[in-house]
Write a protein that binds this ligand. Structure first.
Ligand code: SF4
Length: 898
């Protein structure tokens, strides 16, 4: 179509609004209520334009262009009307721009300046409405609110929390919460997405301390990747001096301008006064500050001594899912070339080792098959063993949005998680019965002939053996094993099998079992049975917990794999890698995290190098870990804070945080994303890659890189799936592996046309009970997990005041029936014991959990759930059974729950 705008002719072939098109061609039309992610609402009227033949001006945000339209965006009449609109808005606005925290970023202030409004001509008596400070992270000043409605729309249509809405009418309108509870007590999850979208100073991050204060013209912005969960949200760090003062979301892949409470508000750990700023050395039993030279001298002495005494078997290293790809690459290379052992592992062993093993076995690749953006096209979801809205909040938000648009949702989880409220069918299974429920679904699908036989014939193998196994799992049997209603199971099977595009999402509820690898294979069976692997918006989607746990696996921080899952025990692979690194490499498979701890306990492993991990809190059976750390001859820890593990160290090296270095993280959907140095390292801290380079050279394997970009070039040179990755490309492209050469566009979804292993493998899997079942002494099932307001072992989130105020204490969820049996009231302190030890925690009585089952988040030092958990391992992936243990509870004292 042809349109004429301000007397110039333009051609366009796709329908667009006037505002969209004008933006494209560089005509600036002011608007206060338009957010690109939302449907236009025309509330502010500021974007009015004149169209020839139209009686009155129209809003450019809502008016679509039509062929032949003649538009004037800045005519005299329009400019006058806009001035009047701005005048009216400013007349109803406090005149305190100088003291407003949003000054410099406020769109109303900027437009008033641009249109020459310095004072409101319709000034009326302004009511001094009370400011809502009740939220821990942000405040709402109704006096400054222009009622554009963006915050309400973001909350209800993008974040899908429905926490706020318009209250009252006319001049009295304000943004309120149900029953006027205030933003601190309503359903608000403090994602801050409304705060980021507010065009004026009504919603603002709280600035409690002097050092938090800044003016927007004083700060610089550095684009980077959120350092919390595996979603990998893109953010701008706002920097004043050498301090991160605010975080802004970026409207791009994968988060589309959304964040959760951690990404938006939990950045103060970076400049926290507790950061390690100097190396520490243990002298006379105490850790004391030392120079880098001194610390390196001790490391060298200990290395020489232990290498002579014990050889390579005496050494091991824990790499870090918190660190960059480049650092994980260097770490595993260091362990293999300097320690001369494959004893290298990281916390994936405790979360998704079973995913890597299970999916590699059935499909040939152990990663999330599809992309986050594809949620938009999914017709039915199975959410099993993932509390998505709390642990991968932005993905949870996208799933909720898709369900509101009409997609079906089946939730399978022992706890009634938030997504259960949105589900068409919720199956509240007994912990540890995933395989039974999945077999039950597949039994019904097969019996009712709802499976995709053409797909199976063409793309899979092992079907007949598998069919025989699931034949046993009748709805009656499964209902009995899982403690669910068989009719719900049948409905779920039919609903899912009939959907055009079915996607399965899971997390540690599937993997952290002694049958974790088999649980993963079962998800693969279901998705192949329904023809849901290898297509857009389908797939098997393990959600990876930590920011770079996918990357740490990809980089070979695993005892059996080099980068890109190339096996250390395959001779030609090892020889090739040896030539690349110019060293003979060990051929013996290395020890896993749990095996290294056992080895240390036996007095075999003597020198342990831990980079950015905290096994004292994250690993099962805490007493065993403590003993192991104490028995080591030498413990070297590299971290940003003195963690519970670092307290046992002989030498502690201060590392730079994500804001202080360059590198890449690979998110849960295999997307390799840059992190960019925004500030200088705090104190004498150094980037982990620099420390690794220096220690490697010190111990005899010379390493020198000018910057992490050179390390990525080396990674690309020895890792087929990263072969096309370079910093140069990442500047302009968003790439997902496999990306095998510099012309490869990256891979949006895996297994297109054929599975990575050739044919997809059906594996017959029988349900097995968890290894520790309730008995007379320990009659309850303990299951563990994570929660929205804390992260991992709280090394970072524990430093954030608001998070600690909301969720600073350990708790244990107990059903009302269980509470009644033990005469326990909500908030009472109780003792929880398993065969491995006892902890104290606060009871949270909730209907969300079934009688006989209790839940504890594992984050807390004051009630370390992992003192109780069962270290029994999955025989294949060696992942501990963190999701099921037997416990007893006892009432100890009365106290109020905070
Ligand atoms: Fe950060 Fe994950 Fe939250 Fe995104 S969803 S802001 S990556 S913690």
């Amino acid at each position: 179509m042809k349109v004429i705008i301000n007397d110039f002719e333009y051609n366009l072939d796709t329908p667009k609004t006037i505002l969209e098109f004008c933006k494209e061609i560089g005509i600036k039309i002011p608007t206060l209520c338009k957010d690109e992610r939302l449907l236009p609402n025309g509330a502010c009227r500021l974007c009015i334009v004149e169209i020839e033949g139209y009686k009155t001006p129209v809003t450019a945000c809502s008016q679509k262009l039509k062929d032949g339209m003649k538009i004037y965006t800045h005519s005299e009449k329009i400019m006058k009307m806009r001035r009047e609109i701005l005048d009216l808005l400013f007349s109803n606005h406090p005149n305190d721009c100088l003291s407003c925290d949003k000054s410099g970023k406020c769109k109303l202030q900027n437009y008033c300046y641009e249109y020459g409004i310095s004072e409101g001509s319709f000034k009326r008596e302004i009511k001094d409405l009370p400011i809502d400070f009740s939220n821990k992270f942000y405040s709402y000043d109704p006096n400054k609110c222009i009622k554009c409605g963006i915050c309400v729309s973001v909350c209800n249509n993008l974040q899908n929390s429905n926490a706020i809405s318009f209250v009252d009418r006319g001049f009295d309108t304000y943004i309120g919460t149900p029953m006027d509870k205030g933003l601190g007590s309503c359903d608000c999850v403090s994602c801050g997405n409304c705060v980021s979208a507010c065009p004026v100073g009504a919603l603002n991050p709280k600035k409690k301390y002097e050092e938090d204060k800044f003016r927007y013209w004083e700060v610089r912005k550095v684009q980077t990747t959120c350092s919390y969960c595996g979603v990998g949200c893109q953010i701008n760090l706002l920097i004043k001096g050498n301090r991160v003062v605010e975080v802004e979301p970026i409207n791009t892949i994968p988060n589309d301008g959304l964040l959760c409470v951690k990404g938006k508000f939990a950045h103060k750990f970076v400049n926290h006064p507790d950061r390690l700023t100097k190396p520490l050395i243990r002298k006379n039993g105490k850790l004391v500050e030392a120079s880098w030279q001194e610390a390196y001298r001790v490391i060298k002495e200990k290395y020489d001594e232990i290498m002579e005494k014990k050889g390579p078997d005496g050494f091991g290293g824990f790499s870090s899912a918190r660190c960059t790809n480049e650092e994980n690459y260097l770490f595993q290379k260091f362990v293999r070339t300097v320690f001369k052992t494959n004893n290298v592992d990281h916390c994936a062993r405790l979360c998704h080792a079973s995913t890597v093993a299970g999916l590699a076995n059935t499909l040939g690749s152990g990663a999330m098959t599809n992309s986050i953006a594809e949620i938009e096209g999914t017709d039915a979801f199975i959410i099993i063993g993932t509390n998505t809205t709390e642990n991968h909040p932005v993905i949870g938000t996208k799933i909720k949005k898709r369900v509101k648009e009409g997609a079906k949702l089946i939730v399978i989880d022992p706890r009634e998680i938030e997504l259960a409220d949105y589900a068409d069918i919720y199956l509240q299974i007994k912990p540890g019965t995933n395989i039974a429920v999945l077999n039950g679904l597949m039994h019904i699908i097969l019996k009712e002939n709802l499976h995709d036989m053409d797909y199976i014939n063409e793309r899979c193998e092992g079907f007949e053996e598998f069919r025989k196994t699931v034949e046993k799992y009748t709805p009656d049997l499964v209902a009995k094993i899982c403690h669910i209603n068989k009719d719900d199971l049948i409905k779920a099977a039919r609903m899912y099998a009939k959907a055009n595009k079915g996607a399965l999402y899971y997390s540690m509820g599937i993997t952290q079992h002694s049958s974790g690898t088999n649980g993963v294979r079962s998800t693969s069976n279901l998705q192949m049975l329904t023809g849901n692997v290898g297509f857009e918006s389908t797939g098997i989607n393990p959600l990876r917990g930590q920011n770079n746990v996918q990357g740490a696996c990809d980089m070979g921080a695993l005892p059996t794999d080099y980068t890109g899952y190339q096996k250390v025990f395959i001779d030609p692979v090892r020889e090739r890698m040896g030539q690349f690194w110019k060293r003979d490499l060990p051929d013996k498979k290395g020890l896993t995290i749990t095996e290294m701890m056992d080895s240390a306990n036996r007095g075999e492993l003597s020198f342990l190098y831990i980079m950015g991990e905290n096994p004292m809190i994250s690993d099962p059976d805490q007493n065993h870990i403590k003993e192991a750390l104490k028995k080591l001859d030498f413990l070297l820890v590299q971290d940003i804070f003195l963690s519970e593990t670092a307290e046992f160290a002989d030498v502690v090296l201060p590392a730079a945080s994500f804001a202080e270095k360059d590198g890449t993280f690979t998110n849960t959907e295999r997307r390799i994303q840059r992190i960019n140095k925004a500030i200088d390292p705090i104190g004498e801290a150094k980037a982990d890659w620099q420390i690794l380079m220096e220690i490697s050279t010190l111990l005899g394997y010379e390493e020198y890189y000018e910057n992490p970009s050179e390390i990525m070039d080396e990674i690309a040179g020895c890792t087929p799936s990263y072969g096309g990755i370079s910093y140069k490309r990442l500047k302009n492209e968003s790439l997902q592996w496999p990306c095998t050469n510099k012309d490869h566009p990256g891979t949006k979804y895996l297994h297109k046309n054929t599975m990575a292993r050739g044919k997809g493998l059906f594996v017959p899997i029988d349900y097995e009970e968890s290894k520790e079942l309730p008995d007379e002494k320990y009659p309850l099932i303990l299951t563990t997990g994570r929660m929205l307001y804390q992260y991992h072992t709280r090394t970072m989130t524990g430093k954030i005041e608001g998070l600690s105020e909301i969720a600073g204490k350990s708790y244990i969820e107990i059903s009302p029936q269980t509470a009644k049996i033990y005469n326990i009231k909500n908030g009472e302190k109780i003792k929880v014991s398993s065969r491995r030890g006892s902890v104290e925690s606060y009871a949270k009585v909730t209907e969300k959990i079934n009688p006989g089952v209790v839940f504890m988040p594992f984050h807390y030092v004051d009630g370390p759930a992992n003192r109780l958990t069962n270290p029994t391992l999955d025989p294949i992936a060696k992942i501990p059974e963190l999701k099921v243990a037997s416990v007893m509870i006892e009432k100890i004292e009365r106290s109020s729950y905070v």
